[in-house]
Design a protein around this ligand. Sequence first.
Ligand code: CO
Ligand code: CO
Length: 355
Amino acid sequence: MCKTPSLTSLAKSAGCAAKIRQADLAEALAHLPISSDPNLMVDHAGSDDAAVYRLSSEIALVETVDIFPPIVDNPFDYGRIAAANALSDIYAMGGNPISALSFVSWPVEVLGVDQLGKVLKGAASICSKAGISIAGGHSIVDPEPKFGLFVNGLVHPDKIIDNSGAQVGDCLILTKKIGTGVLTTAAKRGELSVNGLDEVILSMSTLNDEAACVMKEHSIKAATDVTGFGLLGHLGNMLRASSVKFNQPLLAKLYFAKIPLFKDVEFLLEKGLCPSGSKRNLETAASLTTFSTDLSSEQQLLLADAQTSGGLLMAVPKEKVDAILNDLRSKNVLESAVIGEIEIGSQAGSIQVEL
Ligand code: CO
Ligand code: CO
């Protein structure tokens, strides 16, 4: 009898690190016609987290999809992480999730269906925490396993939180630690401790619902979640979209020492444990990013590390920062930190990183 292979051994790249490079994606998306439907309030043009379609003056539909290959070997955890990651884009837009569909591609002959059942069970457990159910889905046979959800949510058309509302003087708050790409790559190569793996799985399977709730209570206008393009990539998208909206070039200053990081990530990077998606991200971000000379190459890579089910990144007016941080802590979003601020720059989307 042959042993069943582990889930991650069948994945070419893990989690959101499997994303297509931003520049390549932009080139392909240029072939998509721009919709003239006035009810399509948010489309693909601004690289936002989800599309938003106005159904009435009171209600808009938020639509998103996220699918990726296994990021951990435990099928139940893989399902939980994929579900939390997919739901995150609804929360990042200020929406309330209402339903989900699942997508599965699965090497049935290699893995059997028992593990697939556990993936679905894991996803269902997170959907249940979010107050929704998986209503249906689609499945195909594929040598590389993949799983994810299409999620629908609702939002009031006047209360959409998109990635284009960041303004000069805003502070940037991040609500989860950075480093999931490095840690899951280390786990795949057997270089991560059991505690380290537990911590990163807990973070990736935690919903961004509480953070989103705080954001809505404080009427925050701009947010995104940090996923496959890394902190620099998603922050860059926010800066570019906001620069267009306010017709002025916005830059972000980041303070490396304030960014919440998982334990041992720099050490693991020094050992060469880095997903190729994170290296691609850093190449993409390089032209618009200035690192102070005291930042090591590992620290630079971390800022580009492809996150799976990362935290929310919000741009908040300075006078609201203390109250927001207090509310985040009281809702147990304990890793939240102010990591930088928005200023006027000379080039839209540039990022300066200090130690
Ligand atoms: Co997103
Ligand atoms: Co996505």
